[in-house]
Write a new protein. Sequence first.
Length: 288
Amino acid sequence: MDDTKRSHFRKALREVKNLPTLPGIIAKLTKMAEDPDITTEQMGKVISKDHVLAAKLLKLVNSAFYGFPQKISSLNSALILLGFNVVKSLIISSSIFELMESQDIELWEHSLGCAVVCNVLAKRLDVSDPEEISTAGLIHDIGKVAIKMELRKEFESIGEMVHDKQISRLLAEREMLGLDHAEVGGWLAKSWNLPPKLVEPIACHHNPQNAKDEKIATAIIHFSDILIRGLGYGHGDDVWVPPLSKSAWELLGLSAEDLDEILDEVEEKLWDVKGFSLDIQSELEKNS
């Protein structure tokens, strides 16, 4: 591919126009979070003024991939339990998921499944802020949505290439565009001012060896993506399971026994997530 085409695609994807703009509430909440005198209760009240957003946020927080034993019924509790960065990311996610739900239910299910595995792994490895890692898992493929929305013709050609050449979508993206959805996802996450703990794992989830600061978080998302694909959960039109990075596997330090236990826990939680996903589909059918 010549450099002119590559730079055209890069420019189009860096200046994404078709994805929803971030709610104005994000800027307001970010400013509030920087004020030490602002309470979570005050922030919760701001979010609750947007009834649709508040309902989506509570639905996500109470879904199986976070796995809280008690039901979270208030936004104030969600902010306390999850922290501002996760809640901010979920607000961003809720606007993007409208697209994922309506246009690519397989990608939506894969994202939910990946978040489940991330949560199980992060807790098992005793990583701080496992909810942040779950959230990174939830939006790790956001670059795919951007490519589909911004470069529809090329997106379709990538799908044809996957089928005709029997290669993964990742390789087809690189061949067609000179970049891939992970790189695009990293740009989006950065442009939305998400914390580095989310940005780097999204950008490097297919090349975890490139992570500099968030090596463990990136390794968790890399492995979770592969595991959920291997289970055939929400695979879409691309049935290829990405290769596992040896360095990421070594960094996680998991044994065969660990893997058996992780699979048992993940499969149990996936039943709950499947129910959550079916609820979403049912709502979409009602509203269509």
